[in-house]
Design a protein around this ligand. Structure first.
Ligand code: G4P
Length: 525
């Protein structure tokens, strides 16, 4: 195997999807600790609380430098190079969160044992399912009383429509949580009073209760045996091909806060998770270990300080080796660029790097060269990876310039910010401009930037709509029955989109038009 193949084979690039408070920050931190990328617990966490103590945009801005470094984190574990991409949640939930999922090869879905599958997880899950990427489930907070594991498997299958396969199984829960039984390695992993990780081999299921007698109480052991018997007999068969296709999710249990189950989760994950995957392009499938360099921009982080207009474009490397100072071509403009100051991100710093490989993310200094979805290649006129899809906004507003004389600036600003991926724009049949955003905070950012960068004060009228669906067949948009709680608009590519006030309005529409196919994002068009 050549150097490029070797480096590609040891990379794993993933994002964690979850609902706020399920434990994403805590699990990320424990993984970084295992990889030695941070030394003290709390390093990632303290940043988070600092970060969104306020929803004031300027305040957020002061902390931008911090959030850039936590957008991508790389660490090494057992010779694997692991890239974790942050999927901002809380007030920071935005289209960037969805777009990040375009740049990973697998995801880890965290579920809070007491809360089960929650709304934000469902939204992010759907994007992963549409991409057919492998999903690994970590059920967290087993040190608290929650739903029974069997109930959770049922919920995962019913709500998300994916098969589940528990790789390990919890020994007790809440006060009586002792650790996990690894069904693959037939091993008990438990923690003694000093919270040290202990392992015990179990020859066969018949020896399980004997092996556990000093670890757990009788009723916990009996329950475990009963459940294991049931899932052995009635549960799904493990199918690695289904895992790779995103049709079956391997499930792990643990408690991130106390690190229970985290090391074994990581070890299994690294064995099962895909290496950097081939990607479709205008010239067919591009293999990661082909020699010529390529990648695409999935996120642009703007520096809001008007005195420093610089931005950072996040590039996912898809093929070939990246070298500092290399000359590349930007497919959209045909422009030649020299990548002089590429940065790579570590848990608490960013550094100028000399080389990087498929699966890695590099930060490129961007004085305005790049747009979201741009393809960058090491060879001129080769191919592009296509546009990134648009994802469903949840908040809508009609906007116009307060001063009609500023119309030109207004349109320029709106279009540029839409290209940057900060907002989506739609047009009504009366040529009104509607903004769509995934998180409410994006409106504040938009208002601020329109004033600061384009000198435009806005009139903004919030709309009651909450859901957007793309109409798959353009022709069908022409003779639809309108109602007061839906509105047909056109997206930036003139594709018809229908926006609804609520789920009820959507269902009403679907009953009236059972044949009209609607898509959750422009991805599946
Ligand atoms: P997020 O990034 O997904 O939003 O979640 P985060 O890791 O911040 O965790 C949310 C809360 O859940 C935190 O409590 C965290 O300590 C707690 N938590 C995470 N993992 C576990 C676990 O395995 N068991 C239990 N019992 N709690 C867990 P907090 O009170 O909001 O913050 P803190 O004061 O504890 O830091």
């Amino acid at each position: 195997m050549g150097h490029l193949q070797q480096e590609t084979a040891r990379r794993r690039t993933f994002a964690i999807i979850s609902h706020p408070d399920a434990g994403k920050t805590t699990l990320t931190e424990k993984l970084l600790l295992l990889g030695g990328a941070i030394r003290t617990a709390g390093a990632v966490k303290s940043r988070k609380s600092e970060k969104f103590a306020t929803s004031d945009w300027m305040e957020l801005e002061k902390q931008r430098g911090i959030s850039v470094t936590s957008s991508v984190m790389q660490f090494t574990y057992n010779d694997f190079k692991i890239n974790i991409l942050d999927t901002p949640g809380h007030q920071d939930f935005s289209e960037d969160t969805y777009r990040t999922l375009m740049a990973v090869d697998s995801v880890v879905m965290i579920i809070d044992v007491a809360k089960g599958v929650e709304p934000q997880t469902i939204k992010l899950f759907k994007v992963c399912r549409d991409r057919g990427i492998p999903i690994f489930t970590f059920i967290n907070k087993l040190d608290r009383q929650g739903k029974e594991p069997l109930e959770l498997f049922e919920e995962i299958e019913e709500v998300l429509g994916i098969e589940s396969f528990p790789i390990n199984y919890p020994i007790g829960m809440g006060q009586s949580f002792r650790g996990v039984y690894d069904r693959f390695q037939k091993k008990i992993e438990w923690y003694n009073e000093n919270k040290e990780r202990q392992t015990l081999e179990v020859e066969s299921m018949d020896h399980l209760s004997e092996a556990l007698k000093d670890v757990a109480d009788e009723s916990t052991i009996a329950q475990l045996e009963e459940d294991l018997l049931l899932i052995d007999e009635a549960g799904n068969e493990f199918d690695i091909e289904a895992v790779k296709a995103g049709k079956q999710t391997p499930v792990f249990f643990g408690s991130a806060v106390s690190s229970f189950g985290v090391p074994s989760f990581l070890e299994h994950y690294l064995q099962m998770a895909p290496t950097p995957q081939p990607r479709e392009s205008s010239a067919g499938t591009i293999e990661p270990d082909q020699s010529s360099f390529s990648g695409f921009v999935f996120k642009i982080q703007a520096n809001m300080n008007p005195a420093h207009r610089d931005r950072i474009a996040f590039l996912r490397i898809c093929s070939g080796k990246f070298e500092r100072g290399m000359t590349v071509w930007l497919d959209r403009t045909g422009k030649q660029l020299k990548l002089a100051q590429p940065q790579q991100f570590f848990a608490d710093s960013r550094e100028i790097i000399d080389e990087a490989f498929p699966g890695d993310i590099v930060g490129l200094y961007d004085p305005g060269f790049y747009q979201i979805g741009d393809t960058v290649c090491g060879v001129k006129d080769t191919f592009n990876y296509g546009e990134l899809p648009q994802f469903p906004p949840e908040h809508f507003a009609k906007v116009r310039a307060k001063n009609a004389m500023k119309q030109k600036h207004f349109l320029k600003g709106v279009n540029q910010l839409a290209q940057e991926g900060a907002i989506q724009i739609y047009r009504t049949q009366y040529e009104e401009t509607i903004l769509g955003v995934v998180g409410q905070l994006q409106f504040d950012v938009f208002v601020y930037r329109m004033k600061a960068e384009y000198g435009v004060d806005l009139d903004m009228q919030m709309m009651p709509h909450q859901l957007a669906k793309w109409i798959v067949d353009k022709e069908e948009a022409k003779n639809l029955q309108r109602s007061s709680n839906n509105l047909v608009v056109a997206d930036r590519d003139e594709r018809p989109v229908i926006i609804f006030e609520n789920e009820f309005a959507l269902r009403w529409f679907q009953q009236k038009h059972p044949d009209v196919k609607l898509a959750d994002s422009s991805y599946s068009l």
